[in-house]
Design a protein around this ligand. Structure first.
Ligand code: CMP
Length: 226
């Protein structure tokens, strides 16, 4: 089924911010892919042949150090991934991508993506803009891991997730292990801190979804510890 440009513009900020003419040139090359929860989209080290935009659902980006899984990012509806291995010949996937819930992706093949970039340098600039934002986030993660204690990192991550979902409810299911992977901590420590926050009436966890009951106090805790 052909992809509807208006729908794409609505759900993916990357496409909302480019000229309609450029979007109209991209859309005919795009196709949909559907995944169940917990499916591997690609593995670190694979040859990259497509870039993906998330129409609905969520994707975890991981890398492995021996047996330990390190979470680089949790991407959700509207975000894209898989561009890094497409820009230069010989590059492979820098990380593994796995779905965290049923997920619908809009895909673009490497050859089409490269042709489109060569034809319109605005697309390259636009990608660069998003890449800078990712670098900024990665730098912040390095800072947090270096200077913040585990509890503060957990509180900060919960506040950020709440913000990303536009409120106090985090509608996706997050396990203690996933949260531990996100903040670079042991699962046991995360469970202990979450219990503490629940006992203090600051958060509520039901069926692995979080609600921030008192974001103002959480915010204060963050500032005190920083
Ligand atoms: P690629 O290397 O093709 O495959 C893995 C993808 O994960 C990569 O492209 C990026 O799109 C994405 N990725 C890698 N590192 C990060 C990060 N720190 N933050 C967000 N996305 C990332």
């Amino acid at each position: 089924m052909p992809i509807d440009a208006a729908k794409l513009r609505l759900s993916i900020p990357f496409f909302r911010e480019i000229e309609p003419g450029l979007l109209a040139r991209i859309v005919p090359f795009m196709f949909e892919k559907k995944f169940r929860k917990g499916q591997i989209i690609f593995l670190e080290g694979d040859e990259g042949d497509e870039i993906y935009f998330i129409g609905s659902g969520a994707v975890g980006i991981y890398t492995f150090d021996k047996a330990k899984k390190v979470t680089l990012a949790f991407l959700r509806e509207g975000e894209y991934f898989g561009e890094m291995a497409l820009l230069k010949p010989g590059l492979v996937r820098s990380a593994t991508a796995e779905t965290l819930m049923p997920t619908r992706l809009y895909a673009l093949r490497k050859s089409d993506f490269q042709t489109l970039i060569e034809q319109d340098r605005n697309l390259a600039f636009h990608l660069l803009d998003y890449t800078m934002e990712r670098l900024r986030k990665a730098n912040q993660q390095i800072y947090d891991l270096t200077f913040l204690n585990v509890k503060t990192r957990i509180v900060k991550r919960l506040l950020l997730l709440g913000e990303e979902y536009g409120g106090t409810r985090i509608p996706v299911k997050i396990t203690h292990q996933q949260l531990a992977d996100m903040v670079g901590a042991a699962r046991e420590t995360v469970s202990k801190v979450l219990q503490e926050l629940q006992d203090q009436g600051l958060i509520e966890i039901k069926d692995k979804t979080f609600r921030l009951i008192d974001p103002a106090t959480l915010e204060r805790k963050l500032l005190e510890d920083q």
